[in-house]
Design a binder for this molecule. Structure first.
Ligand code: AMP
Ligand code: MN
Ligand code: MN
Ligand code: MN
Length: 284
């Protein structure tokens, strides 16, 4: 019998090209140092870090998969769809991501106005922009870092709890891609679409079922089961979902920053053995 080796796959993390704090090459070294043997960079709505990530991974002898995490609006809420093994040069994918990034600028201005008013200060937008190393991609995380460093809130989490999280006054919903568009861009670019951290959305049971059906119908193939954005109890819950819907399973830390992220690259438990991993045909 051929020995089965399970790769230490980490297929979800963020660099300075979105809301992470490390350069792609620094992430590659950190992943490799932690024993990752199959790695993807999945910046929000952006693939600009791919070339640096690929070069750094190659130099380390660590298999690399180009990826992206696309912001989607579905049934009135934001869902993240990860695309893995996409061609970052694909024109439709690039155009779709560029359109989402453009929409972020106006949203950020409104977030800035609301935070200024709530905190009785000025300059929240300018402050957040100083943290956005990719000026074309301002996210809530950049506002949160600014407010923590300015002493307005003790932790990133507290900024989301008070101001920026779902239902909070400075939460401005993005006008993101549709589910069908995101899946079509990913599959059109040769990639595999995966629902990111499915446990994080505040849908009803009925809506969750409809989301999984719609995603599969659109050509989506996978869900994240073991992710840094799930509580360990949710690993089992979404393993069951993967079995029920016949989804491929993915694993990724969702690492953003050494100081902020609870889960480091490459340190999560393995996927349940009976699940078919999203990388099943990538290492042959
Ligand atoms: P945006 O794309 O601008 O809506 O920002 C989304 C990002 O904010 C996510 O990718 C996370 O990095 C971060 N985020 C969202 N909710 C929270 C939370 N409750 N605590 C900490 N970070 C969060
Ligand atoms: Mn993020
Ligand atoms: Mn996400
Ligand atoms: Mn993420």
């Amino acid at each position: 019998m051929r020995p089965v080796t399970v790769p230490n796959a980490d297929l979800h993390c963020h660099s300075v090209h979105s809301d992470g704090v490390l350069e792609p090459a620094e992430l590659a070294r950190r992943a490799h140092g932690n024993g990752v043997t199959l790695w993807a960079l999945t910046d929000h709505d952006e693939v600009a870090g791919t070339a640096d990530a690929a070069a750094a991974a190659l130099a380390l002898g660590m298999p690399f998969v180009p990826g992206v995490e696309i912001s989607v609006t579905w049934a009135g809420r934001t869902v993240h769809i990860v695309g893995l093994r996409v061609d970052p040069a694909n024109a439709e994918l690039a155009a779709g991501l560029a359109r989402i990034r453009e929409g972020r600028a106006g949203r950020a201005a409104e977030i800035g106005r609301r935070l200024d008013a709530r905190l009785g200060i000025s300059g929240c937008l300018e402050g957040a922009l100083r943290y956005a190393l990719n000026p074309g991609l301002v996210s809530r995380t950049h506002f949160a870092r600014f407010l923590v460093d300015q002493g307005h809130c003790p932790t990133i989490q507290s900024v989301f709890d008070r101001h920026l999280g779902q239902g909070k006054p400075a939460n401005v919903p993005g006008r993101w891609a549709s589910l069908d568009q995101a899946v079509a861009w990913i599959t059109g670019a040769g990639g595999r679409a995966v629902i990111a951290h499915p446990g994080r959305y505040a849908y009803s049971q009925l809506e969750y079922g409809a989301l999984f059906d719609a995603f599969r119908e659109a050509g989506g193939e996978g869900i994240e089961v073991v992710t840094g954005s799930h509580r360990p109890a949710q690993f089992d819950e979404y393993a069951k979902v993967a079995r029920h819907y016949g989804f491929l399973a993915s694993r990724g830390s969702d690492f953003h920053s050494p100081g902020e992220s609870r889960v480091d690259l490459g340190t999560l438990p393995p996927l349940p053995e009976d699940l078919k991993p999203v990388w099943y045909d990538w290492l042959e």
